[in-house]
Design a protein around this ligand. Structure first.
Ligand SMILES: [Zn+2]
Length: 387
């Protein structure tokens, strides 16, 4: 009897595993999935030739609103996603029991935001609708370039950024291939906005040229794996290793960078009151912040926070930055002074400091360095290859 149950359980598990695999293979592996919008329980979609599809039957639209717009929401029932579609402002909703809903059309928009011509809707936390753009890799990279770097910067600098962004995206796509989306469209991954419209726009032309002239070129991590090529705004004079920021990651090398002071905001000061710091760290009665800076390092590794008179807690540097705000505490390259009820942070640079430094790569581009030279400078332990 036990053997019977064991076999039955095994078969059930196997069937579940197979159906999971089948669900995954419905994604087109060549295309990037980037989450563009979230935090909304109801989304208003509009576009020319707007049509809704399901992944199990990708060639047959399940709904075509004649008005070119529709309202979508999602709910969970008996462990399944139910999508509710209201077409042409009618009373009744069309219901679909599907994990994901696909939208295609030209000039697609959700709210005021322009989207790629293919969009996946997935259920986010709390019945929110995640709006995920689905697009070819290089179209995505052009959107990252236009968001991450001023397009007026030297072409070779943009090309170096294109290779870094492509490598980062491919490495993350491999890590998250089963998820509804690979990448966030924010600083959590790479800032991305869909570039709508006119291909003759000179700014867009330059982004597309940088992507085209580096087509298929990627960074590798010393083995066969594509390098998760981190980059940041301004290293403050010296880049650092991934393991110093996230206590893990591949060693892509470090660079001394004399070019960063060209950033007009290279040096910064920010003040927080004792109460502000306590609120942000969710601790009470902070008495002291003690910086942990390893010998010979300019960046801090962490902060020991003394609170409640006798207690203390160690917070790794990147978590400390995140708690105080990545745009306020611009880097971990800072000194600290304590006034009566105030902590004054004076620092250099902007960002985590790993991999390519954007301000430094601008200076190298202006000096006439090629994108390959720029990449070798910032990822000295990586290889560059085209395929
Ligand atoms: Zn730099």
């Amino acid at each position: 009897m036990r053997i019977f149950w064991a076999i039955t359980c095994f078969l059930v598990t196997l069937t579940l595993a197979i159906s999971d695999v089948q669900a995954q293979t419905k994604f087109d592996k060549e295309l990037v999935r980037v989450r563009i919008l979230t935090n909304s329980k109801k989304v208003q979609v509009a576009g020319l030739g707007l049509r809704f599809q399901i992944l199990s039957e990708p060639y047959r639209p399940v709904a075509i609103p004649s008005s070119g717009s529709a309202e979508v929401r999602v709910m969970r029932k008996d462990g399944k996603n139910i999508w509710a579609l209201r077409l042409n402002n009618r009373e009744n909703e069309h219901l679909f029991k599907e994990k994901y809903l696909m939208i295609q059309g030209e000039n697609l928009r959700v709210g005021g935001q322009s989207l790629p011509s293919r969009v996946l809707l997935a259920k986010g936390p709390g019945d929110q609708v995640d709006v995920v753009g689905v697009l070819p890799l290089d179209e995505y990279i052009a959107g990252v370039l236009a968001s991450e770097m001023p397009i007026s910067w030297p072409l070779e600098t943009l090309k170096a950024q294109a290779v870094a962004a492509r490598s980062y995206a491919l490495a993350v796509m491999a890590e998250r291939e089963d998820k509804a989306y690979h990448l966030e469209s924010s600083v959590l991954d790479q800032v991305f906005r869909h570039i709508a419209g006119d291909d003759s726009d000179p700014k867009l032309q330059k982004a597309l040229q940088a992507v085209r002239e580096t087509a298929g070129i990627k960074l590798y991590d010393g083995g066969r794996n594509i390098l998760k090529a981190y980059y940041h705004a301004d290293c403050g004079g010296h880049t650092t290793l991934a393991k110093n920021v996230w206590s893990g990651g591949v060693n892509s090398g470090v660079a001394v960078d004399n070019s960063c002071p060209t950033n007009p905001k290279a040096n910064w000061t920010v003040k927080f009151s004792r109460t502000e710091i306590a609120d942000k760290l969710k601790l009470q009665d902070i008495s002291k912040l003690i910086l942990d800076r390893p010998k010979g390092e300019s960046r801090i590794r962490g902060v020991r926070v003394a609170f409640n008179e006798t207690e203390s807690r160690y917070i790794p540097a990147n978590e400390f930055r995140q708690a105080l705000g990545f745009t306020e505490l611009r880097s971990t390259l800072f000194d600290l002074k304590e006034n009566d009820n105030e902590f004054v942070f004076s620092g250099r640079g902007f960002g985590h400091g790993v991999g390519l430094c954007q301000w430094g790569s601008r200076a190298l581009g202006l000096k006439g360095k090629s994108f390959v030279q720029i990449l070798k400078h910032y990822y000295p332990a990586a290889q560059i290859a085209q395929n």
